[in-house]
Design a protein around this ligand. Sequence first.
Ligand SMILES: *Cc1c(COP(=O)(O)O)cnc(C)c1O
Length: 365
Amino acid sequence: MQVPFLDLKAQYQSIKGEIDPAIQSVCADAAFVLGKYVYDFEKEFAKYCGAADCIAVDTGTTALHLAMLALDIGVGDEVITAANTFIATCEAISYTGARPVLVDCDEKTYNLDPAKLEARITKRTKAIIPVHLYGQPADMDPILEIARKHNIPVIEDSAQGHGASYKGRSTGSMGIMGCFSFYPGKNLGAYGEGGAITTSNADLAAKIRKLRDHGSAKKYYHDVVGYNYRMEGIQGAVLNVKLRHLDKWNDARRRNADHYRKYLAGSSVIVPVEAPGCKHVYHLFVVRHPRRDDLIAFLGQHGIGALIHYPIPAHLQNAYRHLALAEGEYPVTERVTKEILSLPMFPELTEEQVKFVAEKIREFK
Ligand SMILES: *Cc1c(COP(=O)(O)O)cnc(C)c1O
């Protein structure tokens, strides 16, 4: 049996009848950049997240960049985010000229540990960006409370959290802005690159709309130096189709997670936990094993795809050497980074496949 890490071809086959005509409509209308398919998606996605507005852009990284620019963050500022995240969160902070300041993660959820947040706040802190890593919402209540106390805005990095919720509130609706990626492998993925910012703040929404389109609200009238960060029409049309399936797909991911937990009970791996009140949408199913690299190789020999998210934390990457953050600065992130592996996880994964993966993990000695 082969169990790929991810199978986007299977998903396309299941919705081909809706996707193909949607793409053809974009071509027939020549609505290639922004346009009605993108604007329709913005409306639907804002509604889905429980936000007043949504601005569609070209990637999740640029969504984060624009969210910070809308808050006038720049050189000399600091932005706090999770030590355990994908590099893009830090890169977007760097694009503004601000300095990324990291907070270690909680050992159970792998998300930013609110108990370690306040110590990292300084007079220069201009935003806090919790990440809903692997599909599990960050512990937002204490984060929002600390942020309120210091009057610092919170931007959610929800690039892995489409459809997740925290105590009944949707990701993308809890911070002043929420940033999403629609990279093909995300829970809601485009057929190319894509991203969006959700917000209920009309001033920020107007500012971001301008910045994503060369600093203009009116064609060829440029009020500020902006960017070409626009979403393509085909991505808007594809995302409109796929958004209608998202809840069903997230339910399938949650069912797969339940199967993993059932078949891996009492095995040598630590399985993910769902924090109280959190709806985890399992963008990734991340387990821990002390001999992680050997286990990945063993699974590979049996036709099972497993990956590491992420093998080197941001502060130890070559790109962030200039931050001069020594090994040992984020002990929990560093410890889990050495032991984590992501098992195959996608909606179309079958119970038989999950069972097979679990059996192979049990065979590993
Ligand atoms: C994917 C991802 C991003 C960046 O999104 P892109 O669309 O690839 O630019 C940012 N943050 C996190 C946590 C991600 O997983």
